[in-house]
Design a protein around this ligand. Structure first.
Ligand SMILES: Nc1ncnc2c1ncn2[C@@H]1O[C@H](COP(=O)(O)OP(=O)(O)OP(=O)(O)O)[C@@H](O)[C@H]1O
Length: 516
């Protein structure tokens, strides 16, 4: 028989207490100790609450030690509620326990973030717990709810959608339990909002899981890793994953996007500079990213965009583990692990004499290819769920899900912008849909027409739909620059609005000859 409670804090109470707590004729009893005036420990009972219930012939009696908080899994609580539903006679008898039972269930429900409505078999609402700012003026009687004769299902009430469960005794329903979880749970909130990207590396696709395993292994040593994959596939997230699993995890993780920084600044950003090394240089000089990453990991994103002269300097750092600030006369030692990433074919760049072959071999110690989303479609539902929950929690919205039809469309789309695009689509759909269920009406139209997003075609702007041709693209970029300005902050906003990375935005600005 499955144990209903496996709560970590609820403990099985001693037999002596059990005898006092158990009510042999009822299925369920909740005690706010003392359980009885005859209890020898009644003045110093160590439990806050005692719950005793019987399923079939088996009895369970658990106590919550004082000063502990409930950690009962919500599923167990729902089982308990449905048990309560079957034991409604206990409530209706107005037994001495009924008030305590009510209180206990209210406490449990609020701790577990469960909303519920409990009706007896006559259809009267006898117990409820709803997270509403204002108390509802009235609660619907059961007959208004038009619950189907099934034992389980979903039903719409004036407080939104609920799941229902009606236990049957013989053929007669014993009552009905309506319940739902509050979606914006604080506990989830913490898990989802965590800066620890380690936890947010979502994916169960076997190839993806293999990569995670390999990287976990690689993380233990200091070898250089080269992550290759399309834009938005999660290269930076993987780099953080490696760092978080490595012995360097307490030290800095420094990311720099080689394509997002103007060529003339990149050198000093990476290597730092000495006092007075150029006009406008900060007094006392400045350490570069390599020095800042000392003891930790440096992530060189878009390495294919690094200018040739800097490639030579990077090669020296990789070979000697020493870095020379601009204007310095001698190098300083650095202890770093290097992770580089690219969405370009470096071998092709080598052929075009745009990337140094010797640097490629230095970087390519552990090459890892991150698959595009279209090659791991089985992960799409997981990612949709993850980002939907994320946005709901961030915005403190209520319950929302994608309808099966919307899920189907999202699953079949090619996602040229990969996970970044999926994330944007989820945010867009959840923002414009005021209902609980996100139907295809709320999805961007290009997903349905088979056309690709205007902003994603392998990271290059060449799509169709509302954007037609380069003239439109250039115009859109110019309009946005006019609207937001040209500061780095403004560019981040623009990149966000277009749903691309900052690096891609810089690439486009270069491509269309728009001044930065
Ligand atoms: N497996 C994943 N699970 C959850 N979120 C992910 C996953 N992979 C990527 N993301 C999210 O997708 C977005 C893009 O990821 P990231 O910046 O790591 O991609 P990238 O490959 O480095 O992109 P680019 O080449 O454009 O810099 C980020 O918001 C990241 O959090």
């Amino acid at each position: 028989m499955e144990e209903v409670f496996n709560a970590t804090d609820m403990i099985q109470i001693e037999n002596s207490c059990k005898e006092l707590a158990l009510r042999p004729n009822s299925h369920l009893a909740v005690f706010s100790p003392p359980c009885s005036e005859f209890c020898p420990h009644k003045d110093e009972c160590k439990y806050e609450l005692i719950i005793s219930f019987k399923i079939f012939e088996e009895e369970f009696t658990y106590g919550l030690p004082k000063g502990k908080s409930f950690k009962i899994p919500p599923a167990a609580f729902l089982k308990l509620l449905s048990l309560l539903c079957e034991s409604l006679t206990v409530m209706e008898e107005k037994s001495i326990n009924s008030e305590i039972i009510k209180d206990a269930f209210q406490i449990l429900a609020s701790q577990l973030q469960v909303e519920f409505l409990l009706y007896n078999k006559k259809g009267d609402l006898i117990l409820s717990h709803l997270f509403l700012q204002q108390r509802p003026l009235f609660l619907e009687g059961l007959e208004k709810l038009q619950i189907s004769p099934n034992a389980e299902g979903t039903v719409k009430t004036s407080f939104g959608k609920f799941y229902y469960h009606r236990p049957l005794k013989g053929k007669e329903p014993e009552g009905v339990l309506l319940w739902r979880m509050k979606s914006a749970k604080k506990a989830e909130n913490e898990a989802y909002k965590t800066n620890d990207h380690f936890f947010a590396l979502i994916g169960k696709n076997p190839h993806f899981v293999e990569i995670k395993k390999l990287l976990k292994h690689i993380a233990q040593n200091d070898h250089t890793v080269l992550l290759q994959g399309e834009s938005g596939t999660g290269k930076e997230l993987f780099a953080r994953y490696i760092h978080n699993l490595s012995p360097r995890k307490e030290n800095p993780f420094i990311a720099i996007n080689c394509a997002a920084i103007p060529e003339n600044l990149l050198e000093s950003e990476l290597f730092g500079y000495e006092d007075g090394s150029f006009t406008g240089a900060k007094k006392g000089g400045k350490p570069g990213k390599f020095e800042l990453a000392d003891g930790g990991t440096i992530f060189l994103d878009e390495i294919g965009d690094m200018p040739m002269p800097l490639q030579a300097k990077l090669l020296r750092v990789l070979e000697d583990r020493r870095v020379e600030r601009v204007g310095a006369t001698s190098p300083r030692p650095v202890d770093i692990r290097v992770i580089a990433a690219t969405n370009k074919d470096l071998k092709e760049l080598i052929e075009k004499k745009m990337f140094r072959e010797d640097l490629f071999f230095r970087l390519n110690v552990f090459p890892v290819n991150i698959p595009p989303l279209r090659e791991r479609r089985d992960d799409i539902p997981l990612l949709l769920d993850f980002y939907l929950k994320n946005v709901i929690i961030e915005q403190d919205w209520g319950f929302k899900i994608f309808s099966p039809e919307a899920q189907e469309i999202l699953k079949n789309y090619t996602w040229p912008g990969n996970i970044r695009e999926l994330k944007n689509v989820v945010t867009y759909a959840a923002s414009i849909c005021k209902e609980d269920i996100i139907t295809p009406d709320y999805l961007p139209k290009y997903l349905m027409t088979g056309a690709q997003s205007e902003v994603y075609v392998g990271g290059n702007l060449k799509g169709k739909s509302s954007f037609d041709g380069e003239k439109d693209v250039k115009h859109r970029l110019e309009t946005l620059l006019e609207k937001y300005g040209r500061s780095t902050e403004a560019k981040k906003v623009i990149a966000g609005e277009l749903g691309v990375s900052l690096a891609t935005l810089y690439r486009w600005l270069n491509k269309y000859g728009i001044s930065r």
